[in-house]
Design a protein around this ligand. Structure first.
Ligand SMILES: [Zn+2]
Length: 277
């Protein structure tokens, strides 16, 4: 599933492609359930002739602000991605939404698993209100992180995956951040000392920035992997230290990286560096 760096990469690529300022001539929907907020008919009517004024990210959502004060939020879930098509071209069977643009291109939403969702809302808070802070925003300080951790008594990994606690993290970047901070994913969140909290805070921000710098993480070559606009691969996989490196030596201590299950999610740890305590 695309996480913060992958979604940011798609947003950056959509902006670079010149989509901001363009007008949508028409919307077509081939899989009605992709549209979460209204009927297909109403969605297509509301999208027609709208100009895209801004594209940004919040958590794992892509947000397109339209010229009528509405916001189109897209959550990619497992396999959603965008690709360009051309007017008059027949649509791939995995393209569930197609937005025809006034410059002759068609922005296609391709989603083999069909879990991706489009939300057309007047009030973005209705969609985003429950999200925790943005880990890379200046407002998210180590003091804020400490404050949010105080009194929480969950295992640290599922807590970091909880989008209402902190927005944007998923399995890859949580495993990487916990390894970098030498914290075992099963540690209780209220057992972390001040140094560990600070190390974790720094690690989360570092692994996310690294992921963005390398345009996201694409693992393997299957069609369900992360691809940015136009099937562009992210280059961050070769920079991962533990994720999907089961059996390989820990880059820090050379002990074998192990795969364990934490809160039903596969997790990659060096149990020498990351002690359960
Ligand atoms: Zn190690």
């Amino acid at each position: 599933m695309p996480e913060l760096p992958e979604v940011q990469t798609i947003v950056n690529d959509l902006i670079t492609s010149g989509l901001v300022g363009r007008r949508i001539i028409k919307a077509e929907v081939q899989w009605p359930r992709t549209i979460a907020t209204s009927s297909v008919h109403r969605f297509c009517r509301l999208m027609r002739a709208r100009r895209i004024e801004r594209i940004e990210r919040r958590g794992k959502y892509i947000l397109m602000s339209l010229d009528d004060q509405q916001t189109l939020g897209v959550h990619l879930r497992m396999t959603g991605r965008f690709q360009w098509g051309a007017l008059g071209e027949s649509l791939d069977k995995h393209v569930h939404v197609a937005l025809s643009i006034d410059d002759g291109r068609v922005l296609c939403f391709h989603d083999t698993r069909k879990f991706g969702r489009f939300y057309l809302v007047k009030e973005p808070l209705a969609l985003l209100g429950n999200l925790g802070p943005e880990p890379l925003s200046p407002a998210f300080t180590v003091a804020v992180f400490k404050y949010r951790l105080a009194g929480r008594q969950r295992q640290i990994k599922p807590l970091l995956l909880d989008q209402t606690f902190l927005a944007g993290l998923g399995n890859i970047y949580v495993d990487e951040a916990l390894w970098a901070a030498r914290i075992h994913p099963m540690r209780a969140s209220d057992s972390l000392n001040a140094d560990e909290i600070e190390a974790l805070y720094e690690s989360i921000r570092r692994v996310l920035r690294q992921g963005i710098r390398h345009a996201g993480t694409t693992l393997g070559s299957g069609s369900n992997n992360f691809y940015s606009l136009g099937r562009a691969r992210g280059g961050n996989a070769s920079h991962l230290k533990v994720f999907r490196r089961t059996g390989a030596p820990c880059p820090r201590c050379r002990q074998q990286i192990r795969r364990i299950v934490v809160a039903q999610r596969s997790s990659h740890v060096c149990e020498h560096c990351q002690r359960q305590g």
